[in-house]
Design a binder for this molecule. Structure first.
Ligand code: PEP
Ligand code: MN
Length: 338
């Protein structure tokens, strides 16, 4: 059960409500986000919702049978829309394009990518400065100095930044230089990291774990929400299956299922999903058709020279074509749904 409280509720009223819930043997967790004030109550006893619903200080009471609650669409039917500045909205009803290199490599690369994005009206740039690499000998990112350099150039061009945070200690140093924190597939269940991102006043995109189920992704989002941050994006990026012909298996099913289960925006990363450059546009477009609220893909001026993931990075020409086609597919889909 989710009890939405008045934002300015005083402690005395809150305590009365908590006591009333504890009386029916439900366990209560207080959740205070920048936007709202909730009590999440978990228990089994059958009770008359009016016993609690009438109490002063309550906006509404929702029964939610899912084990994850705050991210569930069972209580919040309206989709969550995230604002980045005054110009960008992410969520249902819009198509968000995010593109950029796997790794930030240097000033020249950042500049040529920003130019490419600006020319194609893509407003959010991806790029890693802390890279989780399977081999310790691979390029592991430029670190915080790379992020500062990137931020400086992106800000001047009006481009927003999404970058992966790998551990709790990086949150603070990265905070002023990113617009969205990315939680990578290897960290989806790093619960300490998720808890700490709950305290942050910026959106968090959570990738699905490499072998994670859809429900596990939703639980991860629930961690961040219940720790205080409602600004969340879910990202399907392919899962590990028995199939070796592609890097991962894009679970296209996850798109409509996540959209049905949760009110949060759903973005697909086709690059890490298929891992094969020439096939990235096909699965990206399929994701848009399947109902994704956006796509995030890797692009590089010279993919063959990229420090990481060049094999799945589109060159700028291919990226331009994909951006155009994605918008057209999106428009077609909207038309079909009318
Ligand atoms: C990335 O986005 O570059 C990345 C490392 O992705 P994932 O966590 O999905 O592997
Ligand atoms: Mn990558």
């Amino acid at each position: 059960m989710i009890i939405q409280l008045q934002k300015d509720i005083n402690q005395a009223k809150k305590s009365e409500i908590v006591s009333a819930i504890e009386k029916i043997k439900y366990k209560v967790t207080e959740v205070t986000t920048r936007e709202n004030n909730y009590l999440v109550a978990v228990g089994k006893a059958d009770f008359d919702i009016r016993e609690i619903g009438h109490m002063p200080g309550i906006v509404d009471v929702f029964r939610v049978s899912d084990d994850y609650k705050l991210v569930s669409r069972k209580w919040k039917i309206k989709p969550t829309l995230l604002k980045l500045g005054s110009e960008i909205t992410i969520g249902e009803g819009t198509l968000t394009l995010i593109a950029g290199p796997c790794s930030i490599e240097g000033e020249e690369q950042v500049n040529n990518t920003i130019k490419h994005l600006t020319e194609n009206n893509i407003k959010i740039m991806r790029g890693g400065v802390y890279k989780p690499r399977s081999s310790p000998y691979s390029f592991r990112g430029m670190g915080i100095e790379g992020l500062k350099m990137w931020h400086n150039l992106a800000e001047k061009a009006g481009i927003k930044i999404i970058s992966e945070v790998m551990q709790v200690s990086q949150i603070e140093e990265m905070h002023d230089y990113v617009d969205i924190f990315q939680v990578g597939a290897r960290n989806t269940q790093n619960f300490n990291l998720l808890d700490e991102l709950g305290k942050v006043d910026k959106p968090v995109l959570i990738k699905r774990g490499i072998s994670g189920t859809i429900d596990e992704l939703l639980y991860s989002a629930e961690y961040v929400f219940s720790a205080g941050n409602e600004q969340l994006i879910l990202c399907e990026r392919g899962i590990r299956t028995y199939e070796r012909a592609s890097r991962n298996t894009l679970d296209i099913n996850a798109v409509p299922i996540l959209k049905e289960k949760s009110h949060l925006p759903v973005i697909v990363d086709p690059s890490h999903a298929i891992g094969i450059r020439k096939h990235v546009p096909a699965v990206a477009l399929a994701s848009v058709m399947a109902g994704a609220d956006g796509i995030m893909y890797e692009t590089h001026k010279t993919p063959e020279k990229a420090y990481s993931d060049g094999q799945q990075s589109l060159d700028f020409e291919e990226s331009e074509k994909l951006a155009k086609m994605a918008r057209e597919v999106w428009a077609l889909k909207v038309k079909f749904e009318q």
